[in-house]
Design a protein around this ligand. Structure first.
Ligand SMILES: Nc1ncnc2c1ncn2[C@@H]1O[C@H](COP(=O)(O)OP(=O)(O)OP(=O)(O)O)[C@@H](O)[C@H]1O
Length: 478
């Protein structure tokens, strides 16, 4: 303490408060590795020279007015501002270096939070060394566990696994190759079972993110109330019960890699807004936290509806659609790539028999012709199911047309001429089934796509005596 300061302390006790402030300020300024202050909007109002140097700034003045996260992405000063509570001891990661930090609020005479101070206690502080060493060990164990988990979240398929040489298939693969080279958001549009997830995996595996996780989530399969937590995660303490320790969401799990969002058209309006924000900011806010986490995730979204139609119908936000529709790949229906059928059958039969430990199977020309006459509303997944059932039901090495008699949803003999009324009824039945499958079991949507009312849809559905419990993708409908 300077002589001048000592004298002022002795002579003028009423100056005590301002002198103490000077002392503390001096301490912050010179003694601490780093000290930074923000106002109530979390914008920097002061920082000492050392912190400025650490942040790579020529002068502390360069930081003034900047939102704290633009300088220190993992800062929790905003949390201190929001809660008014200090965070007395914490470990902060800054550019892969660990710092022990302490943060506390600054309050006015009315006990209102008017700012917050963050202090950096660098690791050269001897007493903190054991704590830091322990933290580093835990952190490296956690990183190791994450890497292991990442390996389990690998995409298994590549572009070579996409079978087919038809022009439609080649065009699809060509676009997928381009999508893999760019890091842009991709939108996959195709009926159920056309191979959207397979293509998403192949794009990921061909991209520069191939060594990072591939995480898939079917948006339509999770109730709205749970979906937000599933996507963005839950912060520790946000809930009681199972989630009280906090949980990473799919975005965090996919960090550095690819997140495949299937049936994106079914996303609720509220979550559409949140997803749009994530795409714009590349930041997520876990539930129950007011902290934004930076993430680096490539989104591949998929839909079995035409997403543009949903925008027109007011069901999907146009701004989100444009964000997703950067690179659109439309997957052809199986019936639009008939020439791929033999190669696809051979590939799928090999896959089926390998997995089930069965002897190799092939198809006779008659069987192939019979399969080629089908409309395949469930596309390749339906074809795979039919082939699998045929393998299980028959011992023949070369499966013949008769092996599929009982399995095909609607065996159409090309040479059978039926009364017109019956043919029309059959066509109507198939149209209802195909629409329902294409709409993921949503009858209102199916009716809309067919251009009829929901009531008419029901009436026709019942008149044809179609099964109540029919599932999209199932091969056992009538
Ligand atoms: N071109 C292809 N070559 C080989 N197998 C394929 C091809 N396309 C799809 N498959 C197979 O068809 C099945 C369905 O594919 P996938 O799950 O990717 O379809 P999808 O379009 O995502 O379906 P849904 O919309 O119902 O989720 C999988 O078993 C997949 O391996």
């Amino acid at each position: 303490m300077s002589l001048d300061l000592q004298l002022r302390l002795l002579d003028e006790p009423h100056h005590l408060q301002s002198v103490l402030r000077e002392v503390f300020f001096d301490l912050f300024e010179r003694q601490l590795e780093g000290a930074i202050m923000v106002n109530r909007d979390a914008r920097v109002v002061w920082l000492n020279d050392r912190y400025a140097t650490l942040l790579g700034l020529a002068s502390p003045l360069d930081a003034l007015g900047a939102p704290i996260e633009t300088l220190i992405p993992h800062s929790r000063l905003r949390e201190v501002l929001a809660t008014g509570e200090p965070i007395l001891l914490d470990v902060m990661d800054y550019r892969h270096q660990m710092f022990v930090v302490t943060r506390f609020p600054v309050k006015n005479a009315h006990n209102e939070v008017i700012g917050a101070i963050g202090i950096l206690l660098y690791e050269r502080w001897e007493p903190l060394k054991p704590l830091l060493a322990k933290f580093k060990l835990l952190q490296s164990e956690l990183d190791q566990a994450r890497r292991e988990l990442g390996k389990q979240r690998r995409a298994v398929y590549g572009l070579d696994d996409i079978i087919g040489q038809s022009p439609a298939c080649q065009q699809m693969k060509c676009l997928a190759q381009r999508a893999a080279q760019l890091d842009a958001t991709v939108l996959l549009e195709g009926e159920t079972g056309t191979g959207k997830e397979l293509l998403a995996q192949a794009i990921h595996n061909t991209s520069s993110r191939a060594d990072m996780p591939f995480v898939a989530l079917n948006v339509a399969a999770i109730p709205d109330t749970l979906l937000e937590a599933e996507l963005f995660g839950v912060s520790a303490g946000a809930y009681t019960g199972a989630d009280r320790k906090g949980r990473d969401g799919k975005f965090k799990l996919a960090d550095g890699g690819t997140l495949f969002l299937d049936e994106i058209g079914d996303l609720s309006p509220a979550l559409q807004v949140k997803l749009l924000r994530v795409l714009q900011e590349q930041e997520i806010e876990p539930l129950g936290s007011n902290r934004l986490l930076r993430i680096d995730v490539r989104i591949i979204a998929a839909t079995s509806h035409r997403l543009a139609d949903r925008v027109t119908a007011g069901l999907f936000r146009a701004d989100l659609f444009y964000r997703l529709n950067v690179l659109l790949i439309v997957l052809p229906r199986l019936c639009d790539r008939q020439t791929d059928l033999p190669a696809l059958c051979q590939h799928l039969l090999q896959q089926i028999t390998d997995r089930a430990g069965l002897a190799t199977r092939s198809l006779t020309a008659g069987a192939l012709a019979c399969l080629a006459r089908q409309r395949w509303p469930g596309n390749i997944r339906q074809l795979r199911n039919v082939l699998e059932q045929a393998c299980l039901h028959s011992d023949r090495h070369r499966l013949d047309a008769c092996d599929f008699d009982q399995l095909l949803p609607d065996p159409v003999a090309a040479d059978t001429i039926a009364p017109l009324q019956e043919t029309l009824a059959q066509a109507e039945r198939q149209a209802l089934q195909a629409a329902l499958i294409a709409c993921g079991g949503n009858r209102t949507e199916a009716a809309k796509r067919l251009g009829i009312s929901r009531a008419t849809f029901y009436e026709k559905w019942q008149r044809h005596g179609m099964l109540e419990a029919q599932q999209p993708g199932s091969t056992t409908w009538r």
